[in-house]
Every structure is written in structure tokens, then in C-alpha cells.
Design a protein around this ligand. Structure first.
Ligand SMILES: C[S@@+](CC[C@H](N)C(=O)[O-])C[C@H]1O[C@@H](n2cnc3c(N)ncnc32)[C@H](O)[C@@H]1O
Length: 275
């Protein structure tokens, strides 16, 4: 790699161990060159030539703004943020068909008038905003959607909170939603406040104990478990189970499965599970 001081292989291994321990991310052998490249590039950007110094800057408690920035950037570059509005749309179609049933069985709706939804690993916000728009369309007017959207990546969350997007070819947004819930500013589409106000964004590592007092009716955890190994997946799925209301639904990514994990969810449909 011209112009780069590549990260030492010993430190690459140490970083892989660190990712697994702190974020649950298991770096496959085939992905190590990609990680090496990302870390080497970051070292260059910060003018660091010594892998050991870089490693310690990332792992040790920060003592300067620069180190805080580095640690945030590290989290951003080691995670994959690909997402789209209405991604894996059959999940949203499922909600359209089943929302009345979900609402009628929800204790939270009964007690508070709120349907509790969690977009766990929300990346840049397209998933929770899709849920928010959808809920505006399909929830009975007596029920409010309360959507928590969390991610470990500070940069993704910042973008999510801004709610400003340039629609790409992979962003399928039904025209009526695009017209109703976005305003245009140049080539940007800005999500409207009525959609934003139903979503609360928080920085949260899925490896941490869940601090939630009230159970969720719906949890979306899509396209993040693929980066975890079976042990981490199983732990996480069981944490979701405990954080969910009886009868609640868990949605996972299309390329993910709970098949080889020990858990208590009932299979409902492909990539949809129920407590
Ligand atoms: C590919 S995106 C998925 C976004 C969205 N759920 C979707 O399916 O379109 C994966 C997200 O998982 C987040 N992530 C990775 N490890 C995490 C962890 N341990 N805790 C919380 N979020 C994590 C990443 O920062 C990234 O934004």
C-alpha cells in the first residue's frame, strides 16, 4: 500500500480481539486485509507510524479531544453502515397486515397508549424513520408510536439525527411517503419533524446490559448479527427475548437466522420471530 505504514500483524490481531471483546464483532480471516487497510489508513490520517502507539491511543481512556475523536472514528470505520429506507420491505408489509392484532395485544398500548418499538443498530436512521412513517400511516389515531433507535457508531447517529438524505438508487420510497414526510432542500430530502419526533436516538452497544424498564412490542435487529459469532448472537437474542413484551415480534435481517441458536422465540415467518 503506497504511502501507508501498514499496521503490524501482531497489532491487527490485538485489534480483532478488542473488537470481539468490546463490540461482539468477529473478524473472519478473509476480512482481516480489509480491516488492516482501514486501520492503516486511519493511522496515516492521524500521522501515527507506530502500531503500538495507535493501539494504546484507541484502547486507553482518552486524555485529549484528539483521542476522543480517534476513538469515535475507530468505531465508525470498523462497523458497516449500509442501510436504506424500506429495506427488506416484507417486514413493513407484515406490520401493515398485523398492526391491529399487535396493538390489541400490547399491554403498553393498553396502559399508556404507546406502542414501543426498538430499532437496534439503526445506522444512519433510515430504518427507524421508515418505521416512524409507517406507523403514522397504519396506527390507530388513539395510539402513539414510541421508537427507540440505537447504534454504536457516533457518526451514524449524528447523520441519523440530522435526518437529511440524498435518495440513492437503492432507496425505494413509495411516492406518497416521499411527498408527505420529506421536504426538499437542493438535492437533499429532509425528514419532517412529525416523523422525527417519534424517534429517540441513543448511542448504545448491544453487548452492554439492557437498561430498559419497559418491554418492547417490536424489535428490529437487522443486518448486525451477521458480524457476530454464534455465542454472541445467542446471548443477544436472549437479551432481546427478555426485553420484549409477551406476543412481541423480533425482526432480523434476510441473511440472518436463529436456527442454530438456543432461544425461546417462536418462529413466525422467515426472519420474523415471536415471544
Ligand atoms: C449494516 S448496519 C444495519 C442497519 C439497519 N439495521 C439495516 O438493516 O438496514 C449495521 C449497524 O450495526 C451497528 N453495530 C455494529 N456492532 C454494534 C454493537 N455491538 N452495538 C450496536 N450497534 C452495532 C453498526 O454501527 C451499523 O450501523
Amino acid at each position: 500500500m503506497e504511502g501507508y505504514k501498514e499496521i503490524d500483524s501482531e497489532y491487527l490481531e490485538l485489534f480483532c480481539g478488542h473488537l470481539y471483546k468490546t463490540m461482539g464483532i468477529f473478524v473472519e480471516e478473509s476480512q482481516k486485509p480489509v480491516l488492516s487497510q482501514k486501520l492503516s489508513k486511519m493511522m496515516k490520517e492521524y500521522g501515527i507510524t507506530d502500531s503500538s502507539q495507535f493501539y494504546h491511543m484507541i484502547l486507553s481512556p482518552p486524555i485529549s479531544q484528539r483521542q476522543i475523536d480517534m476513538q469515535k472514528k475507530f468505531t465508525d470505520i470498523v462497523t458497516v453502515h449500509k442501510t436504506n429506507f424500506f429495506r427488506e420491505n416484507n417486514h413493513f408489509e407484515f406490520l401493515k397486515e398485523n398492526i391491529v392484532n399487535i396493538v390489541n395485544k400490547s399491554e403498553s398500548v393498553y396502559n399508556t397508549g404507546e406502542l414501543r418499538i426498538w430499532s437496534a443498530a439503526c445506522s444512519t436512521g433510515e430504518e427507524p424513520y421508515t418505521l416512524s412513517m409507517l406507523m403514522k400511516e397504519i396506527l390507530p389515531t388513539t395510539v402513539r408510536a414510541k421508537i427507540l433507535a440505537t447504534d454504536i457508531s457516533p457518526d451514524s447517529l449524528k447523520k441519523a439525527m440530522m435526518g437529511s438524505y440524498v435518495f440513492g438508487p437503492e432507496d425505494y420510497i413509495p411516492l406518497e411517503y416521499a411527498v408527505k414526510y420529506f421536504t426538499s432542500l437542493g438535492d437533499k430530502k429532509i425528514i419532517k419533524d412529525e416523523v422525527k419526533s417519534q424517534v429517540t436516538f441513543r448511542l448504545f452497544n448491544l453487548m452492554d446490559p439492557f437498561p430498559f424498564k419497559h418491554p418492547f412490542d417490536i424489535i428490529f435487529c437487522r443486518n448486525v448479527m451477521i458480524y457476530f459469532d454464534k455465542i454472541v448472537q445467542e446471548n443477544l437474542v436472549n437479551k432481546f427475548y427478555n426485553a420484549m413484551a409477551k406476543g412481541g415480534f423480533l425482526f432480523i435481517g434476510h441473511s440472518e437466522s436463529l436456527m442454530q441458536l438456543k432461544h425461546n422465540f417462536a418462529y413466525h415467518a422467515p426472519t420474523i420471530y415471536r415471544k
